[in-house]
Design a binder for this molecule. Structure first.
Ligand SMILES: [Fe+2]
Ligand SMILES: [Fe+2]
Ligand SMILES: [Fe+2]
Length: 281
């Protein structure tokens, strides 16, 4: 099998991981605090590591990691229903990894996929257990249906954060500048925190987080990446600043100011990297 074909298969796997992460995080936020939500969040984090390994492998093979999100299983009314959907999603992944392990000859990639498969088998068991646990404990959807301007602003923030998480991860895989790679990874992790804080806040104020992303910049030259990122960071810092002055809730104001300060920091880090990159030509 040539590299292009392997990349195609690995990108299918990567898209599946992306879908799983969002499906599980949606449940985590919808359930609010609690032991089961924490355990599911830990599983979502394992899917993120899978996604990262797959993306790095794709780039090593000369490919480009996909930015598409794979199919999710989002129906269901109760937490037990959701856990049942997660069991099915893990079955989808187990089937796909099984096929790809059969199809790919490269021993290192085979080994990686087997490693991931064993995690998915373990997750499958975890979610089966959570179906019963959710029924027994009467786990609930704690989201509300407020849809005012504050909620819209926070959901706009989620869309921004989700988009830059994908963008900075994509750029960290594609750049050849080691320092830029490290910073982009770091800031992507920081944006994941932002997404989590916003989603938790939305549930806190009796609304429902909308976890969707906008268009991701796919520049492949490091200087172009950084220019785009600086512009986005400056825009979002301004937007959070404005929002912080419009909201009444003091805790929410604090959150927005903290986000603003982080984005100002990101813009400065990226500006320094751009100066260096331009200097080196
Ligand atoms: Fe996974
Ligand atoms: Fe952010
Ligand atoms: Fe940022």
């Amino acid at each position: 099998m040539d590299n292009d074909k392997i990349v195609t298969l690995l990108n299918q796997d990567l898209e599946g991981e992306h879908g799983a992460i969002i499906q599980y995080l949606t449940h985590v936020y919808a359930m609010g605090e609690g032991e089961m939500a924490c355990e599911i969040e830990a599983l979502a984090r394992e899917e993120m590591r899978h996604l990262d390994w797959l993306a790095e492998t794709i780039v090593e093979l000369g490919g480009v990691p996909s930015l598409k999100r794979g199919a999710m299983r989002m129906g269901g009314k109760t937490v037990a229903d959701w856990m049942g959907n997660n069991v099915l999603l893990e079955e989808d992944a187990i089937n796909l990894y099984g096929k790809h392990i059969q199809a790919i000859d490269d021993p290192q990639i085979k080994r990686l996929l087997k490693r991931i498969l064993s995690d998915e088998e373990s997750h499958h068991g975890n979610f089966q257990h959570f179906v019963g646990k959710a029924q027994k404990e009467g786990a609930k959807d704690v989201r509300g249906n407020r849809t005012d301007k504050v909620v819209q602003t926070l959901n706009w923030g989620i869309e921004h954060e989700y988009t830059v998480i994908l963008q900075y991860m994509f750029q960290s895989y594609m750049t050849t500048n080691k320092e830029a790679k490290k910073q982009l990874e770091d800031q992507a992790i920081n944006e994941m925190q932002h997404l989590g804080w916003l989603a938790e806040k939305i549930v806190d104020i009796s609304a429902s987080p909308r976890i969707e992303y906008a268009e991701v910049d796919q520049s492949t030259r490091t200087a172009d990446m950084l220019r785009t990122d600086i512009k986005i960071e400056q825009e979002v810092a301004t937007a959070y600043d404005r929002a912080s002055r419009e909201v009444e809730d003091p805790d929410l104001r604090k959150l927005l100011i903290r986000l603003r300060d982080h984005e100002v920091y990101h813009a400065a880090v990226f500006s320094d990297l751009l100066k260096e990159e331009e200097h080196q030509g």
